[in-house]
Design a protein around this ligand. Structure first.
Ligand code: GLU
Length: 450
């Protein structure tokens, strides 16, 4: 990076840090974008001097609220609810809800900020948002999850709407939780509308939405591999997590002839040399529904090795796809992956790699695809769900999958356009940030200072 660009990035980061001193996750998400987008702005008179980045890092609105509910023992519990409505330049606010013990304002601002660029990349008209609560489904009963979801919606409902803000799922919020959230919204508003996406197929949901994030990740990985003259067919893949994203990744890798050999949880990882396939894929859903958040039962049921407290990145595989949570993959993992001659790392989760890990992977010229490009298939099919709801119809699974594949290939082309370096290496981070930025920035400029 040129010296003048480096100091522009530094000045900007000092400014953002001073305004958000206690938000490390948010600051690192901003830094990822600033390092690639600020040099681009500096070189483009159209964007220079318009304070677009200063405006972008300030959410349009943050809603924080109390979520009181009664547990099965009759005790009152109090959680904190949030919705960060970050940017609506290109469409209604759109982004998931996360129920997890690590949720706080910094985490949701990081996710909401990422969502602006991700949604822009899909080419569908969706602004950026994120929300959730520090509630964890771990160890909760079905009835408790229902009561909490209902209490959460009792406040959120007044801030969302099909043309205002359309939440969806994320970690800890799947079909079950979305059902309870939707039921309460419908009761309070007396309206059956497409206010949430990821709904059940029988009540306004899109087919393929549950699989979409993982399918999209693999479509993107395949496009990037094809660009390198390779294919996922015959490859061994290390995956972390065992939730919604991992599940979709496993299914699509299998369909394309690859093999997923690891899954993980907070307790460690399993190594399955035969590959996660057949009934093992369905077992992932049962594990998620058990609310225990551990992977060990997979090893016990299928007689494979379990490595307590370890991460899958120590395996010699062809491709690594982290699908669990932010910062799960650090610089040591990056060094291991380089040493093991892995082809690359494709992010299924949102920012699973630390800043240092990304640097090591890219310096060693391994393939690196950031989540905002690779996992955009989830929100893309959410966008398709919104279209189907608006038209009051439902497309077939084949139709949705075909459109998803097209969208992912389109994102790949777009990121390639801005990410190709003179030495032929593709910097997908740079490509995704700039391609995502242009559409939002153009809309903001057109709409004036609002
Ligand atoms: N939570 C997902 C994401 O990180 C999906 C959001 C949505 O469908 O609105 O993109």
């Amino acid at each position: 990076m040129a010296q003048k660009h480096m100091s522009a990035v530094k000045d900007f980061m000092d400014y953002v840090t001073a305004r958000n001193p206690h938000e490390p996750e948010f600051l690192s998400a901003v830094r990822e974008v600033a390092e690639t987008v600020i040099p681009f702005i500096e070189e483009n008179p159209k964007y220079k001097g318009k304070k677009i980045m200063e405006r972008l890092v300030e959410p349009e609105r943050v809603i924080m609220f109390r979520v009181p509910w009664v547990d099965d023992k009759g005790e009152i519990q109090v959680n904190r609810g949030y919705r960060v409505q970050f940017n609506s330049a290109i469409g209604p606010y759109k982004g998931g809800l996360r129920f997890h013990s690590t949720v706080n304002l910094s985490v949701l601002k990081f996710l909401g900020f990422e969502q602006i660029f991700k949604n822009s990349l899909t080419s569908l008209p969706m602004g950026g948002a994120k929300g959730g609560s520090d509630f964890s489904v771990r160890g909760k009963t079905e009835a408790e999850i229902m009561r909490f979801s209902q209490a959460f919606m009792q406040e959120l409902f007044r801030h969302i709407g099909p043309d205002t803000d359309v939440p969806a799922g994320d970690i800890g919020v799947g079909g079950r939780e979305l059902g309870y959230l939707f039921g309460m919204y419908k009761k309070l508003k007396n309206e059956f509308t497409g206010v949430l996406t990821g709904k059940g197929a029988a009540w306004g949901g899109s087919l393929i939405r549950p699989e979409a994030t993982g399918y999209g990740v693999v479509y993107f990985a395949e496009a990037a591999l094809n660009h390198m003259g390779k294919t996922i067919k015959g490859m061994e893949v290390a995956v972390s997590g065992f939730g919604n994203v991992s599940w979709g990744v496993v299914k699509k890798v299998n369909q394309l002839g690859g093999k997923v050999v690891t899954l993980s949880g907070p307790d460690g990882y399993i190594y399955d040399p035969d590959g996660v396939k057949g009934e093992k894929v369905d077992f992932m859903l049962r594990l998620r529904a058990s609310n225990q958040d551990i992977i060990r039962p997979y090893a016990e049921k299928f007689g494979v090795e379990f490595f307590p407290g370890k991460k899958p990145w120590e395996r010699k595989v062809d491709l690594a796809i982290p699908c669990a949570i932010q910062n799960e993959f650090d610089e040591n993992d990056a060094r291991m992956v380089v040493q093991n001659k892995v082809i690359g790392v494709v992010e299924g989760a949102n920012m699973p790699l630390t800043h240092e890990a990304v640097q090591i992977i890219q310096e060693n010229r391994l393939l690196y695809v950031p989540g905002k490009a690779a996992n955009a298939g989830g929100v893309a099919v959410s966008g398709l769900e919104m279209s189907q709801n608006a038209m009051h119809l439902q497309w077939s699974a084949e139709e949705v999958d075909r459109r998803l594949k097209q969208i992912m290939e389109n994102i790949h082309r777009n990121t390639l356009k801005y990410g190709m370096l003179p030495d032929g290496y593709v910097d997908y981070k740079k490509g995704a940030n700039i391609a995502g930025f242009i559409k939002v920035a153009d809309a903001m400029l057109a709409q004036g200072v609002v």
